[in-house]
Design a protein around this ligand. Structure first.
Ligand SMILES: C[S@@+](CC[C@H](N)C(=O)[O-])C[C@H]1O[C@@H](n2cnc3c(N)ncnc32)[C@H](O)[C@@H]1O
Length: 340
């Protein structure tokens, strides 16, 4: 990862005007070695499994943005409600001078934090995302809307070592919103929290949005909307594989979208089920893949949490709870933690 104000010479990716910049080493599509490794490793698992990061090409990011406005998809509205009510408390409790946002996407909700910060001193905003298109557009919009904020966006993969995050020790606030932490399983979460803690100093803050356990029927509906947008988002993964790996014999229409609640693991799962025998050849990496009709591939998990166990897990990784807020319906939570 590059650091603010120091776009690495090897990036080939430094965009921006005087007061905002985007820098980074890896973009989704240029990271072909990781895609190859994920596909080789993931498709031979039983069941075949791919990491969620490959959803977010330009089209996938737009589809996700559409999902956030769907009637069934409550998390965005609930987290917005919490931020509307409590962003000022977050800012007062942290007194941060650098706001880092992980998996920032459009940073739409983050504006509520930026609004609250406008009553404080100078702020540097560092959105970090793997999707260069969505990140660049968001950085420009934020810079236009917040003339006193310095915007230094980074294209990076959160699954790489994060390095020391930008900002002064004790003055960082790292936001990870949208319930994206739920995309990690327990082992992935432990690794992520270890990487994050290693990238911070004691006294830095972590603001975590987490979706809570609830009626499975509502959860399934949120991931299988009636307009079929989530299904398109899920199938777009096949298009990413087809395009990036020059695949023959693979098309999105050969798969149907499934959303399922896994009670044992406390997670929503998105699957793609083949509607015919698939024989695909990934020409770019010289790999053949067969998937019989009716077989399923796991494409995303979204863990749903109970707060006491989530806070205990965070404490074990060096993050103590400062305060937690819920929306009025008790669907979603925002926890402010301090690195110890
Ligand atoms: C579920 S969306 C959430 C977006 C936004 N934070 C929100 O709350 O609406 C996940 C975001 O994380 C990004 N992302 C997914 N995997 C990533 C990875 N491995 N590294 C960096 N960003 C990633 C995606 O591009 C996307 O913008």
């Amino acid at each position: 990862m590059t650091t603010v104000g120091e776009p690495a010479a090897d990036t080939g990716l430094v965009l921006g005007a005087t007061r905002w910049s985007v820098s980074g080493r890896r973009t989704l599509v240029s990271n072909s070695a990781r895609l190859e490794a994920d596909v080789r490793e993931g498709l031979r698992q039983n069941p075949p499994t791919l990491p969620a990061r490959w959803f977010y090409d330009e089209r996938g990011s737009k589809l996700f943005d559409e999902i956030t406005r769907l009637p069934e998809y409550y998390p965005t509205r609930r987290e917005t409600e919490i931020l509307l009510n409590h962003a000022r408390h977050v800012v007062t409790l942290t007194e941060a001078t650098t706001l880092v946002e992980l998996g920032s996407g459009t940073s739409a909700k983050t504006r509520l934090l930026l609004d609250a910060f406008s009553h404080h001193g100078p702020l540097t905003f560092v959105p970090i995302d793997i999707s260069v298109e969505v990140l660049t557009a968001a950085a420009q919009r934020i810079a236009d809307g917040y003339p006193t904020v310095t915007v230094a966006a980074l294209v990076a993969d959160l699954d790489d070592p994060l390095g020391r995050l930008p900002g002064a020790a004790g003055g960082r606030l790292v936001a990870f919103l949208g319930g994206t932490i739920g995309n990690y399983n327990a082992a992935g979460r432990a690794a992520f929290l270890t990487r994050l803690r290693d990238s911070l100093d004691a006294g830095d803050h972590f603001l975590l949005g987490a979706d809570l356990k609830k009626d499975p029927a509502r959860l399934v509906a949120a991931y299988d909307d009636s307009a079929g947008v989530t299904a398109e988002f899920n199938r777009n993964l096949i298009e990413v594989l087809r395009r990036e790996l020059d695949a023959e014999g693979l098309t999105p229409v050969d798969f149907e979208h499934i959303a399922r609640w896994n009670d044992e693991l406390g997670q929503i799962e998105m699957w793609l089920r083949s509607v015919r025998d698939v024989h695909a050849c990934f020409r770019a990496i010289n790999l053949e893949w067969d998937l019989p009709k009716g077989a399923e591939m796991l494409t995303e998990i979204s863990t749903k949490f109970e707060l006491p166990s989530l806070h205990a897990e965070l404490a074990r990784h060096g993050f103590d709870l400062v305060h937690a807020w819920n929306d009025a319906a008790g669907d979603f939570s925002l926890s402010l933690l301090v690195a110890t």
